[in-house]
Design a binder for this molecule. Structure first.
Ligand code: GDP
Length: 533
């Protein structure tokens, strides 16, 4: 730890083992309170001293960068990062997922690197579009979910209505854990149904009631009228819904529900307790040699995100690696399976709020950033002398395609560099046409184009505009018979482009055209997703 102390904050760690790791993400619809909850988790975990620091520091550090202005103006978060904090012997790794629906691809990849998720729901709104989408991704990957019903300090919907909505719409059992006493103007605090604690609004004073809901002291505290209403509701909640069952939660069949307030820092500590006690420790990760167990001795991990220019002054690129097994130590040489070369990881960084420091070691479940010059790409596997690859990291076919027009043709080099960097980050997919020299870019949502133009201008000093192309659908094409594929590419040369790994991609006008071509080329597979390898 000597170096950690001289070069930055020592990584907080209690027990030196993967079993203390809780690696998770927050999923929510924009405005539900993800940022506020993140701040309060960091505050509770001692990673920041003052609430508001995430946003304040973030804005200061990012003020120079244009694309961050887009983020600020639109009030959305467009980057993912990782935040590490420690409390009572548990190491929390919180992976931030971008909030806007346009960035689902990045979000999806981030969710491949977590073992559990917190779903934040606005008490006044219930389940919204983006929450549902992200929930579906979690379900696909069997990621267990804790639900935090936020903004209970102000007027919201009836708690029963909200629970029923979660149960019905997401088809899973709900187990109320923390129940509100009054809501909005009448909000008195919350009651922990499992521990029989009352946490008072405003003061946050916590009192344990041995006699539970019927404890006369609780009745005296709340006043008869409030107590009657609360007790009835709480009993109904306990009887009408599933009891918390840790195994059912871990299997994704049940979600424990906490009613709280991120803004008031209300029940956030109970949320952390729940994660510490029941959220899964690092789970085995799928690979082409079968699941890799976190208890394995040899170090392994995969890159789930690459971010260029985190610090605009230094033009650096950081690959985020999630470890899946072993005990990583700084300076270790790891095998980069894709290239077959060894890389010495001498500057691994970890993140506390917006600060980064060097880390000396890491276990399965931990996420570190490795600064590099483009060697590490999303989907890459790092191992300690083994040659398997982690699987299940997808790329999605873009839904918006545009031709890139450069304002000043002298800036070709800058444009190429920018597109390559940002493609590597996963912000955009870049395609090279067989004919002509203009790049075609593909994104999953149109907002990404604004971010792309703004970043290329700000970070690479090239101004670009985008022109529509006549295609709206892109599919990766493959065929077991090489000759058949070659002939198809030749016959459709104007509609076949290459992705950055030189894989052929077929472009067509719409789904109708696609079906037509698929019908006539049954030997060829047209893929909407592909695994990144
Ligand atoms: P995000 O888009 O999900 O990251 O949401 P934010 O954390 O930025 O919150 C959106 C808005 O809701 C902000 O104005 C917050 O101050 C507010 N907010 C967040 N949590 C609460 C809460 O518990 N109670 C109330 N009343 N407002 C909240």
């Amino acid at each position: 730890m000597e170096t950690g102390e001289t070069e930055g904050r020592a990584r907080p760690r209690a027990k030196e083992s993967y079993t203390t790791r809780r690696t998770f993400a927050i999923i929510s619809h924009p405005d539900a309170g993800k940022t506020t909850l993140t701040e309060k988790l960091l505050l509770t975990g001692g990673a920041i001293e003052m609430a508001g620091a995430v946003r304040a520091k973030g804005n200061k550090a990012r003020a120079k960068s244009d694309w961050m202005n887009i983020e600020r103006d639109r009030g959305i978060s467009v980057t993912s990062s990782v935040m590490t904090f420690e409390k009572d012997g548990i190491n929390f790794n919180l992976l931030d997922t971008p909030g806007h629906s346009d960035f689902s691809e990045d979000t999806y990849r981030t969710l491949t690197a977590v073992d559990s998720a917190i779903m934040v729901i606005d008490a006044a709104k219930g389940i919204e579009g983006q929450t549902r989408k992200l929930f579906e991704i979690c379900r696909l990957r069997d990621i267990p979910i804790i639900t935090f019903v936020n903004k209970i300090d102000r007027e919201g919907r009836d708690p029963f209505e909200l629970l029923d909505e979660i149960e019905e719409q997401l088809a899973m059992d709900v187990a109320p854990m923390i129940w509100p006493v009054g809501q909005g103007g009448l909000f008195k605090g919350c009651y922990d149904l499992k521990r029989n604690d009352f946490i008072a609004a405003k003061t946050h004073e916590t009192t344990h009631y041995e006699g539970g809901l019927d404890d006369p002291a609780l009745k005296a505290r709340l006043g008869e009228a409030t107590h009657d209403g609360f007790r009835e509701a709480a009993e109904l909640a306990l009887e009408g819904y599933a009891d918390f069952d840790a195994a059912a939660y871990r299997d994704g069949h049940l979600t424990p529900v906490i009613f709280g307030s991120a803004l008031e820092n209300f029940a956030v500590d109970r949320l952390m307790d729940l994660i510490a006690a029941h959220a899964p420790e690092p789970r085995p990760q799928p690979s082409d040699k079968g699941p890799v167990d976190p208890s394995g001795e040899k170090v392994s991990g995969f890159v789930f995100k690459v971010q260029a220019n985190m610090d605009p002054k230094h033009r650096d690129r950081v690959a985020f690696v999630r470890f899946c097994s072993g005990h990583f130590k700084r300076g270790m040489k790891l095998d980069h399976v894709r290239s077959g070369k060894a890389i010495a990881v001498s500057n691994p960084i970890y993140f506390v709020a917006q600060e980064r420091s060097l880390t000396e070691e890491a276990y399965a479940g931990d996420v570190i950033g490795i600064p590099n010059h483009g060697t590490l790409q999303v989907g890459d596997t790092l191992t300690e002398g083994e040659s398997f690859r982690f699987t299940g990291l997808p790329a999605f076919a873009p839904e918006v395609l545009r031709r890139v027009r450069l304002e000043d043709t002298m800036k070709m080099k800058q444009l190429r560099r920018g597109l390559e960097d940002l493609a590597q980050e996963g912000l955009v997919q870049v395609f090279r046409p067989t004919f002509g020299s203009d790049w075609i870019v593909g994104v999953v949502g149109p907002l990404q184009l604004d971010v792309l133009a703004s970043r290329i201008s700000g970070e690479y000093k090239a101004d670009v505009t985008f022109e529509p192309v006549q295609y709206n659908v892109a599919r990766w094409i493959r065929c077991s018979n090489e000759q058949t594929l070659k002939q198809f590419i030749k016959d459709n040369a104007t509609q076949v482009v290459r992705d950055r790994d030189d894989r052929p991609v077929y472009l067509c006008r719409d789904d109708w055209d696609l079906r037509y071509v698929m019908d006539r080329n049954k030997d060829i597979a047209f893929d909407a997703t592909r695994e990144i390898v």
